[in-house]
Design a protein around this ligand. Structure first.
Ligand code: ATR
Length: 473
């Protein structure tokens, strides 16, 4: 091992460990440090073999082991732990050194930290990393943002450690300040929607058609072989559905609690979208679906009060075919929403995001990687595309899938099986295909009770009407 390491990784939970093994495996000497030294020691003892990784037991020792500029990657719990380490690092690092936050930090925290670090002459790269444990080890999708000079100091390490797609590494400089963490947040929002769409297919096939988990697994297996549905999430879904519990022999999925958890990145996407005025109903519906699932008691009470509707399901083969189209459309809608949010954020926060690069670096390593991403990439290669659903690349496919999506939503509604993601996707598409919306009435109501005024379609100007007797409320 060379005398000095090229990068330090702080935080030896499994993501930090795997990233250290990945980077060292590419030949870059790595120093590792963890608040709890025992974790570093165990990692070194049990997992480090033949790669240049140096364990350290104090932060001072860790920083001293680095060549200049010193590159320090934080893989610690988002929030207070990042600030705690930053404060310590400020006194140990010097001008030109780079802190890389590889966690899921909120983008506003990253903006603050970039400024704090730059006041001290340091660089700060807010860097989204997607791919889970396996991706961290074998090559994740990496989404860095911050000062461009800082990116150049770590570019070689990050790009060599990232997943490699046919047209380059799944890592590129995305823009200043929190650009990287914003893109990662939206990635996760889209991930929520993909997962919810798959879950709603499963629900309609399981509760609706009465198919056992293994047979539903076969359907996902077939879908995974297709150009429009093949994806990492569909692949893990068929594997999950065919997996049996060792003790009981039952499909394990049937034994898993149905309360979905979340760490907040989907919710942050919805919050940012509301603040920026970008409609992302499918992503938001997925966040709400997880939240609703946690109210087990309320759900149980509902079943004692109301009876499910009596409904005859359409022929199974037809429903499966429609679900395949609906899943494609839900994926496309969620992607359209996410990219629209990125385009608006890029304008509002002056990120200057390279929009066609975003799907490119999501083609490998990350959780939402799918065959469709190549086509999403080419759709955004055109400067004119903001809404994916307008792209000539997708018009025919979307037109073909719309009626099947309507059938799926109608089936779910009549069967009393909630399909909030599919319903929201359809609402999004129908909304953007409506020349005239009833928001005219909203404007009239606002003017009636609040004199908020309205515009007319037949002449220029702002108008207020004397509507007659006013509502005192
Ligand atoms: P996990 O990913 O296993 O759920 P975590 O609680 O999110 O773990 O913590 C991830 C990393 O952040 C760990 O390296 C953890 O250090 P410890 O092994 O010492 O717990 C680190 N971490 C979490 N909170 C921290 C804090 N307040 N200060 C310093 N490091 C912290």
């Amino acid at each position: 091992m060379s005398n000095k390491s090229m990068i330090a990784i702080i935080g030896m939970a499994v993501m930090g460990q795997n990233l250290a093994l990945n980077i060292a495996g590419k030949g870059f000497p790595v120093t590792v440090f963890n608040r709890t030294t025992e974790t570093t020691e165990r990692f070194f003892r049990e997992r480090v073999n033949g790669v240049p990784i140096r364990p350290t037991s104090t932060l001072e020792e860790c920083i001293q082991s680095l060549e200049k500029p010193r590159r320090v990657m934080l893989m610690v719990k988002a929030g207070q732990a990042v600030d705690t380490f930053c404060q310590k690092l400020y006194s140990l690092l010097g001008p030109g050194d780079v802190i890389i936050d590889g966690g899921n930090s909120h983008f506003t925290d990253t903006n603050r930290r970039v400024l704090e670090a730059e006041r001290r002459g340091l660089f700060y790269l807010g860097t989204g990393i997607s791919g889970g444990e396996e991706g961290a080890l074998s090559g994740p999708s990496i989404m860095p943002g911050g000062h461009r000079d800082a990116y150049e100091a770590v570019q070689n390490i990050l790009e060599k450690s990232a997943a490699q797609a046919e047209d380059g590494p799944c890592c590129t400089y995305l823009g200043p300040e929190s650009a990287g963490h914003f893109v990662k947040m939206v990635h996760n929002g889209i991930e929520y929607a993909f997962m919810q769409a798959i879950a709603e297919c499963y629900d309609l096939l399981s509760r609706g058609c009465g198919l056992p988990a293994g047979e539903i697994g076969d359907i996902f297996h077939e879908w995974n072989a297709t150009e429009s549905l093949g994806s990492y999430l569909v692949e893990i879904t068929w594997k999950i559905l065919k997996h049996r519990d060792q003790e009981t022999g039952q499909p394990l999925i049937d034994l898993i609690s149905d309360q979905a958890e979340q760490k907040g990145t989907g919710k942050w996407s919805s919050q940012a979208a509301l603040d920026l005025g970008v409609p992302i109903p499918a992503i938001t519906a997925s966040v709400v679906a997880r939240t609703l699932s946690s109210y087990v008691g309320f759900r149980k009470m509902g079943t004692t009060i109301y009876q499910p509707p009596v409904f005859t399901f359409p022929p199974r083969a037809k429903l499966i075919d429609s679900l395949g189209h609906a899943l494609f459309l839900a994926q496309t809608t969620a992607f359209s929403e996410g990219m629209h949010l990125l385009a608006e954020a890029s304008r509002e926060f002056a990120y200057r995001l390279p929009l066609s690069e975003v799907p490119r670096i999501w083609k490998g390593g990350c959780i939402i990687r799918s065959r469709l991403l190549k086509r999403f990439q080419s759709a955004f290669a055109s400067q004119n595309t903001t809404l994916l659903i307008h792209s000539p690349e997708f018009r025919d496919d979307i037109s073909r899938a719309l009626d099947p999506l309507r059938e799926v939503v109608a089936t779910a509604i009549y069967a009393g099986i909630p399909a909030p993601l599919f319903s929201a996707s359809l609402g999004y598409l129908d909304g953007f295909c409506s020349q005239r919306l009833p928001s005219s009435l909203i404007q009239a109501q606002r003017d009636f009770f609040g004199a908020h005024a309205f515009r007319r379609i037949d002449r220029e100007g702002i108008f207020h009407e004397q509507w007659g007797e006013r509502d005192s409320g």
